[in-house]
Ligand binder design. Sequence first.
Ligand code: PAF
Length: 279
Amino acid sequence: MKIISSIEELRDQLSGQLRTSFVPTMGNLHEGHLSLMRLARKHGDPVVASIFVNRLQFGPGEDFEKYPRTFQADVEKLEKEGVYVLFAPTEKDLYPEPQEFRIRPPEDLGNTLEGEFRPGFFTGVTTVVMKLFACVQPRVAVFGKKDYQQLMIIRNMSRQFALPTEIIAAETYRAEDGLALSSRNMYLSAPERAEAPALYRALNFVASEMRAGHLDIYQLEHQAMDELAKRGWNPDYISIRKRIDLQPPSAGDLAQGTPLVVLAAAKLGGTRLIDNLEI
Ligand code: PAF
């Protein structure tokens, strides 16, 4: 595997490649990321991964400084997966001058759910993803469904800008007890790690109630959040949305069986976890 930090060198290395399959990451790779690499391989060749902890998507007081950086271990994992190039730019390589041009997602999609609790987060994500796409020029790029709203925003961005990059969605990779794998899980203490699957159970509770015909979504969302709060969580939201645009479903949507997803974000101690489940 070639490890490249400069944009120019990356371009030389990938010139003439028409089927590049790309997986952008912020490192601290776990099985979930590796499953994205395997899916990327099915959709193109060569597979290119990136590791870049993107300052633009962290708000003040968030965990940019302490975000786990495990570069050597990550390299070994990517080598085992047969990744062809790891693009690992420094901040100076990717942002040699202040990144004043930004991609701002539409308000409906960008300022709700995660966007409401992490202002500016999606602008940071779309800006770096657009720039990484410009560097790698992939034909396909793989994103996990665990970051459901991020996936949707990037898919819409790629479509609206007519980017030549097809966005592929990968299923969420879960531990045996249901906890979605995430780099931030490593912040959890042992008792918090034992408690953490309660978030996925809350999503399953909402989904199974909906499937059983319980359609008072306001009541369900609040019941699930109250339950988590009783267990010591600090929930930001548990919200039932339409899969198509992540807006709240109308009574008509509920009656017609419009495809839905329930999304959640909650803090357990100092760690903020997110998860979702399609209903
Ligand atoms: O999901 C992530 O790890 C990041 O948001 C991404 C897409 C690599 C952009 O920094």
